[in-house]
Design a protein around this ligand. Structure first.
Ligand code: TPP
Ligand code: DXP
Ligand code: MG
Length: 585
């Protein structure tokens, strides 16, 4: 598909095949280039979906950066990477923007397969400074001659790793340039003292700044600089380059700059826009947030924590109703978990809402700060399973395998909105740690049970007991569709939804004893997942029932549509039916 903005022959971007083409541009041509880049972002990203606001905010900053530094000889690392579309457009990929985030098209994050200018593919925040420290040590030991530049957002600076890295970098004399892209926002206003101190710096004239948190650590500090003035940023970067030591260049930018609907967006300045045509509908997230608000009204001890994602995780409704009981800790999942542990020790009932993939950041905290003490903390993992267009570091495919290892942790996977509400109520009333996981997107239509067996819902059964099909969470509807299709082939499939999927419910084993074979299907990695836990429980019970596990491979899955990726791995109704036919052949 082509963009609505024609790739006119006069488009200044057409003349930029790589960063070296920026060097000969006049000030007027640079202004025209910035305008052209913005026009293409505004024309394209609302259609493809992606991070419109963040990229509109770094147009001039990225142009200046590529005029002062010599990527890829100089190493340029983008923290989180969601703001690297402009970088991609200036490194020869402007013509590919129309396929952004589609399968086989441009990734929404830096991609080493796409370009030698791209270094870090991980979309998890607060890592850039650690990479920069490592790259600088490598440059020192392998022969210098190159600069290391890290572009870090003010939100990313609320992550602990960023300060671990600064603690090390500031103790060196390495020529690391930290470009602080300060727009005052993560999604919402950047939380905590870092956000507050930066806000003070933003309004202080450079000549009045004698010291700040960066200089106190031993870093040089330049700024604040108007991040939308190419010339000013260039001057600051050249000055930084010549310091020959670690230096922070504090650039003031506006998220959504140049696009009034983004600049006026009160929630998040169009931080991440959905692809055109992906209509709303009731999402899992809003079902969760609304029910949590009701539970919070009944339970004054219930408190909530978010890692800078109040709206994306559905906690905004609770925050509006009970502002003193919702805590935004910044992009600090580790702190969120252990702070929740402290709250639980203090008699509160914490709910920590994060995207599934970001739980990986806080495994030690779940294991040894929450579960070791058997604390009643509830994890709510949104975007669990295949998420889609955000690609490999955003798929939430590891949570089930990770949480299976945690002693005392109970994990629920609701199959629809009704189960989500019921399981959430059970989770926040449980004695010990619990987790509840659901996917991105529109909530599934209710799938009623035909009967229950212990805590397990039986969703479909026939006279024959050929196969017990255990479906985890949102795949229940596909499982019932597969079983219904197989009815017509004389294959009797019982579909069971354990609701609480870990540890394995004894009722699942009891049902297994009554069937020739078992198939377990989950939207998560097979290795160490629920299916393997079910197989282990069946074996431990001394049953001969073979268990076939359907799930995702232990691979980094590419970006693309969630449904396409699930289908490609046989996790749709046709794939499940085929797997059952195969298991019986
Ligand atoms: C560990 C982790 N937690 C949460 C997120 C979700 N997230 C993506 S971008 C973002 C805000 C980043 O703010 P900032 O660094 O200031 O960049 P900006 O969007 O303002 O350019 C968050 C919280 C993430 N990518 N990584
Ligand atoms: C970069 C980042 O981590 C978030 O902005 C994420 O891309 C948002 O994902 P959703 O669009 O699924 O909320
Ligand atoms: Mg920011």
């Amino acid at each position: 598909m082509t963009d609505t903005v024609a790739w006119s022959a006069l488009s200044p971007l057409r003349a930029v095949a790589g960063p070296e083409d920026l060097l000969c541009l006049s000030r007027a041509e640079l202004l025209a280039l910035a305008k052209d880049i913005r026009a293409r972002l505004v024309a394209t990203v609302p259609r493809t979906g992606g991070h419109l606001g963040p990229n509109l905010g770094v147009v001039e900053l990225t142009i200046a950066l590529h005029r002062v530094f010599r990527s890829p000889v100089d190493r340029v690392v983008f923290d989180t990477g969601h703001q690297a579309y402009v970088h991609k457009m200036l490194t020869g990929r402007a013509g590919l923007l129309s396929d952004l985030r589609s399968a086989g098209g441009l990734s929404g994050y830096p991609s080493r397969a796409e370009s030698r200018h791209d270094l870090v593919e991980n979309s998890h925040a607060s890592t850039a400074l650690s990479y920069a420290h490592g790259l600088a040590e490598a440059a020192r030991l392998r022969g210098g001659g190159r600069h290391v530049v890290a572009v870090v957002g003010d939100g990313a600076l609320t992550g602990g790793m960023a300060w671990e890295a600064l603690n090390n970098i500031a103790a060196t004399a390495h020529p690391i340039v930290v470009v602080l892209n300060d727009n005052g926002r993560s999604y919402g206003a950047t939380a905590g003292a870092v956000g507050r101190r930066l806000a003070e710096l933003r309004v202080t004239r450079p000549e009045r700044i004698t010291s700040n948190v960066f200089t106190e650590l031993g870093l040089a500090y330049l700024g604040p600089v108007d991040g939308h003035d190419v010339e000013a940023v260039e001057d600051a970067l050249r000055a930084a380059k010549s310091t020959g030591r670690p230096v922070v260049v504090h650039c003031l930018t506006r998220k959504g700059r140049g696009h009034p609907p983004a600049e006026a967006d009160p929630v998040d300045r169009m931080h991440a826009v959905s692809p055109a045509g992906r209509s709303g509908g009731i999402g899992w997230t809003s079902v969760f947030g609304e029910h949590l608000r009701l539970l919070a009204a009944e339970r004054p001890d219930l408190v909530c924590l978010t890692a800078a994602m109040l709206h994306p995780t559905g906690l905004a409704a609770v925050a509006q109703a009970f502002p003193g009981r919702v805590f935004d800790v910044g992009i600090a999942e580790q702190h969120a978990l252990t702070c929740a542990a402290g709250m639980a020790m203090g008699g509160l009932r914490p709910v920590v809402a994060v995207y599934s993939t970001f739980l990986c950041r806080a495994v030690d905290q779940v294991l040894l700060d929450v579960a070791l003490h058997r604390l009643p903390v509830t994890l709510v993992l949104d975007r669990a399973g295949v998420t889609g267009e955000d690609g490999p570091s955003h798929h939430g495919t590891w949570d089930l395998a990770v949480l299976r290892l945690v002693p005392g942790m109970r994990v629920a996977a609701p199959r629809d909105g009704t189960r989500l509400r019921g399981l959430l109520a059970e989770a926040v009333s449980a004695d010990g740690p619990t987790a509840l996981r659901f996917p991105k997107g529109r909530v599934a239509s209710d799938v009623p049970a035909v009967r229950t067996c212990g805590g397990v819902d039986v969703l479909h059964e026939s006279r024959r007991r050929d196969v017990l099909l255990v479906a985890v969470g949102c795949l229940a509807a596909d499982a019932v569709a597969a079983a219904t299709a197989l009815d017509h082939e004389g294959i009797g499939v019982t579909v069971a939804d354990p609701r609480w999927v870990l540890p394995v419910d004894p009722a699942v084993v009891a049902l297994a004893a009554d069937h020739r074979r078992m198939v377990c299907v989950e939207d998560g990695v097979r290795s160490g997942g629920v299916g393997e836990a079910v197989a282990e429980a069946v074996r431990d019970a001394g049953l001969p029932t073979p268990v076939h596990v359907l799930g995702l491979p232990r691979e980094f899955l590419p970006h693309g549509a969630r449904t396409d990726i699930l289908r490609a791995h046989g996790l749709d109704s046709a794939g499940i039916a085929d797997a059952i036919r195969g298991a019986l052949s």
